[in-house]
Ligand binder design. Structure first.
Ligand code: BGC
Length: 766
């Protein structure tokens, strides 16, 4: 009963959030009942089929291509990987004019951090700690994607990960479920709005679930864990996105509890539908239904039938649904109701997009260019990129003067395509501004800026080969490594400061880009060592899609500015920060470890019986050969100014807890305040963080968990008191039986500018 009530409440909330009234829903239901009444079983299965668009599907003889024929037969529900509005319009015409029931298609693409105007990679976006900025980024992405005919994006990726070896950490918001949830909501708001405008598109929350916990950080391996861990560390961002009204969910590739996510009834039905009240549709990840055969789940017919029954509505590219569900129905593996349920959900999405009113809503072929890569979009991208940079170290060398003689070094400094980062399928690879261009544009005299490449990415050409970017080989300079280093060192010797732009190439993170060695690639690291020997101040501008191990760098260079992959405005944004026009304010959302061997790593771990402060102690929890604490922890990031924090205070020391119908409440919310002061000489933004610890429980609770954050802009000398409000839900957790509870007792609250630099107070819940 309790569960039913909870589900009903969620459903009501979801409906309000979607901006749909009961009348609209009834109208939609009538429309879809009527339409489905006319559909053959084959046509219904057709709606569940999502193939990739072949190139030139509609031109000339391709009108007769397999896909075009299937579209005309009503046996395709949507297409992915096409982003040309004119072609999309032609394809839509094929569907609407040629198919018996004139059902329009949906068109999906990975618009992950921008379409033509590219923003920082999502891990970089999360480092802004600015959900409003992320919402604006998603809004611009939706405007640009819809101008190209796309009405469905495969974003946001909300997978929490504790393992920087996994390349896809670049696509997510880091290691914290609270921050990840606030960011997930922002993406949904930005992409979907209320789905009433022609430039608001369907979002797709991925990869459900636990993809970020792939064993050993190797892509596609199983993720297995207790349900206690699953729900308290990983599930919240998916749920937050669903609560925010996400129209679709993508199931993940890997197994959870031994069952591939696309076939996992517990995830797709018990949790997603029954616990969370999700009312959109679920699409499989690329070929995931077919790959269930490789997982040892049976033949294609069996896995397809099992996926449908588990709650997977749409099959991406496998052809398993269209190829076998008819037979599975005859064989009694599935029922007509199973097909109807999935078909209805896809038709509902099309209805909500307004495609039945106007199938060409997203096919405005008049000057789509006007809405793409506009000066306003680029300005926003530049601002957000600069806000995403994290200053990891600065001994005072930054900001640089604009009249300094600067030696810019590193192959990534003079590179456009790599600035985009992973998953930028719609962008033009020559659109980004390079770091070198940005610096030359900003300085007083461009001729005082020299450039030398210094090295290739790696010494080993095979490693360069596997780091291909956007389908292209990474450029290799045929010169000997010593020759390249000597040229760079000579340039450094003549300069006042060295800006070394080094790190990973864009596709060293993202899908299928796992690494075991998390250091800067060897040839570049050696180059950096030689540069420091010149005695000139060396600023490392770091490109990376994941936390790297910067043990040597942190000790030996003068400053480290982590720029992730900043997107199309890279060079301008880097110059804005290097020369102090923008004061850096990014903070890490994934801890940077001291060694690759400490993976998995996350700040919000539970206590153990033998704690240490990070150093080695016999019979305690530590490593013999490295400290176990983060080199740069979650929440960390410097500024060109400094901030001081007061002790936090709570309004009341004791709160009484009530529980009615499974809903917890406190007599009054917990109000925590802390005063932060800009103690330096520059204006700057600081992200004030609030952590909570449940001091004793029936299960071990994390040492600290983020429960609030606020970014404040402060002038030199200015103070601001930031007030956080904790509700009952902020103190709750999932038990191993998945009840959400609050246990009375002592709570500690901590505030500060990083997860490892906090001051604390406490309160009691009775
Ligand atoms: C990725 C997804 C992506 C899909 C469609 C898959 O390989 O895992 O994140 O959305 O392809 O391009």
């Amino acid at each position: 009963m309790k569960r039913l009530l909870f589900t009903a409440l969620l459903l009501a909330a979801a409906i309000v959030l979607h901006g749909r009234g009961a009348d609209n829903d009834r109208e939609m239901d009538r429309f879809i009942d009527d339409l489905m009444g006319k559909m053959s079983t084959e046509e219904k299965i057709g709606q569940l089929n999502l193939p990739a668009a072949p190139t030139d599907i509609v031109t000339g003889p391709a009108r007769e291509s397999d896909i075009a024929v299937l579209i005309s037969e009503g046996r395709i529900g949507g297409l992915l990987n096409i982003s040309d509005v004119k072609k999309i319009r032609e394809i839509q015409e094929l569907a609407v004019k040629n198919s018996r029931l004139h059902i329009p298609l949906i068109f999906g693409l990975d618009v992950v951090h921008g379409q033509k105007t590219v923003f920082p990679i999502p891990l970089g976006l999360s480092a802004t700690w600015n959900p409003d900025a992320i919402e604006r980024m998603a809004r611009i992405s939706a405007i640009e994607a819809s101008a190209m005919g796309i009405n469905w994006t495969y974003s946001p990726m909300v997978d929490i990960s504790h393992d920087a070896r996994w390349g896809r950490v670049a696509e997510g918001a880091g290691e914290d479920p609270y921050l990840g949830s606030r960011i997930a909501e922002a993406y949904i708001r930005g992409y979907q709005g209320d789905l009433t405008e022609d430039d608001e598109i369907l979002a797709c929350v991925k990869h459900y679930a636990l993809y970020g916990a792939a064993d050993a950080g190797r892509d596609y391996t199983a993720s297995d864990m207790s349900r206690y861990r699953m729900f308290n560390w990983y599930m919240e961002p998916y749920k937050a996105a669903v609560d925010a009204g996400a129209a679709s969910v993508m199931s993940a590739f890997q197994q959870v509890e031994g069952v591939p996510c696309a076939l996992n009834r517990f995830l797709l039905t018990d949790v997603l539908r029954e616990k969370w009240g999700f009312d959109g549709f679920v699409v499989a990840d690329y070929n995931a239904v077919g790959e269930a055969v490789n997982h040892g789940m049976g033949n294609l017919e069996e896995v397809s039938a099992r996926a449908l029954k588990a709650g997977l509505d749409m099959d991406m590219v496998t052809g398993g649904y269209i190829g076998t569900l008819g037979k599975a129905l005859e064989d009694g593996l599935i029922s007509e109701e199973d097909i109807d349920r999935a078909c209805r959900r896809i038709l509902e999405a099309k209805y909500r997009l307004g495609l039945f009113d106007d199938p060409y809503r997203f096919c405005d072929t008049e000057n789509p260019e006007d809405r793409l890569f506009s000066p306003t979009h680029r300005e926003e991208a530049r601002k957000i990129a600069a806000e995403s940079f994290v200053l990891l170290k600065n001994n005072g060398v930054l900001p640089l003067g604009k009249d300094a003689r600067i030696a810019v070094v590193g192959m990534l400094a003079d590179d456009k395509a790599n600035m985009l980062g992973c998953w930028t399928v719609g962008a033009d690879t020559d659109s980004p501004v390079t770091v070198l261009e940005g610096i030359r544009k900003a300085v007083t005299d461009p001729s005082s800026v020299s450039y030398s490449r210094g090295s290739n990415l790696f010494y080993n050409p095979d490693m360069d080969r596997v780091s291909r970017n956007q389908g292209k080989d990474v450029d290799r300079d045929p010169r000997k490594p010593e020759e390249m280093v000597a040229e760079a060192v000579e340039a450094a010797a003549k300069a006042d400061a060295v800006v070394a732009v080094l790190g990973e190439a864009a596709e060293m993170s993202g899908e299928s880009a796992s690494r075991v060695d998390l250091t800067i690639p060897d040839a570049q690291r050696d180059l950096l060592k030689e540069l420091t020997k010149t005695g000139k101040p060396v600023i490392l501008v770091l490109c990376t899609g994941r936390p790297l191990v910067l043990d040597w760098e942190s000790e030996n260079v003068d400053a480290i500015l982590n720029i992730w992959f900043p997107g199309t405005e890279a060079g301008y944004a880097v110059a804005d920060v290097l020369f102090g026009d923008v004061n850096p304010s990014g903070k890490l959302t994934m801890s940077f470890p001291r060694s690759s061997g400490t993976m998995p790593f996350y700040y919000n771990e539970t206590p153990n019986g033998r704690p240490t402060d990070g150093r080695w102690v016999k019979y305690a929890s530590c490593y013999m050969d490295t400290g176990w604490t983060a080199l740069y922890p979650f929440g960390y990031g410097l500024s060109y100014t400094t901030f001081s924090y007061s002790e936090p205070s709570v309004e009341k020391q004791e709160y009484s807890l009530r529980c009615k119908d499974g809903q917890y409440s406190l007599d009054t919310p917990v109000k925590v305040s802390v005063t932060v002061t800009n103690t330096g000489k520059a204006a700057g933004a600081e992200t004030v963080q609030l952590y909570v610890r449940d001091m004793a429980g029936s299960v071990a609770r994390p040492l600290r968990e983020l429960k609030g954050f606020e970014k404040v802009m402060l002038q030199p000398g200015e103070s601001r008191t930031v007030e956080f409000t904790l509700t009952a839900d902020d103190l709750a957790f999932y038990t191993p039986d998945l009840d959400r509870v609050i246990e009375p007792g002592e709570f500690s609250v901590m505030t500060g500018g990083s997860s490892s630099d906090v001051r604390s107070t406490g309160f009691l819940v009775k």
